[in-house]
Design a protein around this ligand. Structure first.
Ligand code: Z5A
Length: 207
């Protein structure tokens, strides 16, 4: 049994990750690929509890250090109980956000040291890295407008435009640092065109 592929979706808020994860789920299922679709923070009962705490605006003020550690605590559970077992049994894993989000939000957004994030990445993930990452990129204003239509904002969604500009810049830096792994998809175009661009990136994996 060969190991499954690990594919992550990334991008700022409202760029279309959830929409396109569902599209790719259908695309792979139609091709009889056995897969697990999951998300971060979250994906296990404990990690989902941590997600609720991280997104809630009602909790006590969360320090930047605590936020970073809680993201990696959730990730450690997710890897051990969901991602690694799935890959080992040959399933593909599609994950809505992973560690590139930590570089973007905690690194770019909160200004946490990159070397600290790298240390935690190595501790929690060992050698595990996504085989492919699709970064959906759109101007911050577009993403915020799309996300804004949903109503109440969570703790991250309540951040400033400048915060999201810093997040976007950090994501684009990740593409420069990992051009083989991370493929940039222009998300500011009609959904059908976004989805065609996604298929163009995924289809070589299926050969
Ligand atoms: N976070 C972190 O800080 N550090 C970490 O390490 C990790 C996460 C893993 C939760 O993420 C928060 O956790 C996140 C970062 C932080 N906070 N923020 N912001 P999340 O993924 O749950 O939250 P999100 O980014 O806010 O996701 P989202 O708002 O659900 O956005 P989305 O999934 O990218 O978009 P969508 O729901 O698919 O689409 C939004 C709307 O746009 C919807 O009505 C669609 O129909 C529409 N849409 C989508 N594509 C198009 C196109 N092409 N044209 C027109 N309309 C479109």
């Amino acid at each position: 049994m060969s190991r499954g592929k690990f594919i992550t979706f990334e991008g700022g808020e409202g760029v279309g990750k959830t929409t396109n994860v569902a599209f790719v789920e259908n695309y792979f299922q139609a091709r009889k690929i056995s897969l697990v679709v999951t998300r971060e923070p979250g994906g296990t009962p404990l990690a989902e509890k941590l997600r609720t705490l991280l997104l809630s605006k009602k909790s006590e003020a969360i320090s930047e250090e605590a936020e970073l550690l809680l993201m990696f605590a959730a990730r450690a559970q997710h890897i051990k109980h969901v991602i690694e077992p799935a890959l080992a049994r040959g399933d593909w894993v599609i994950c809505d956000r992973f560690t590139d989000a930590t570089y973007a939000y905690q690194g770019g957004g909160r200004n946490m040291k990159i070397s600290t994030i790298e240390g935690l990445e190595n501790l929690v993930q060992g050698n595990l890295r996504p085989d492919l990452t699709l970064l959906l990129d759109a101007p911050v204003k577009i993403g915020m407008e799309r996300a804004g239509k949903r109503g109440a904002f969570d703790r991250f969604e309540s951040e400033t435009v400048q915060f999201f500009e810093n997040v976007r810049r950090a994501y684009l830096l990740q593409v420069e640092l990992h051009p083989q792994r991370i493929k940039l998809i222009k998300a500011n175009q009609p959904l059908a065109d976004v989805q065609q661009a996604i298929i163009n990136v995924l289809s070589p994996l299926l050969r």
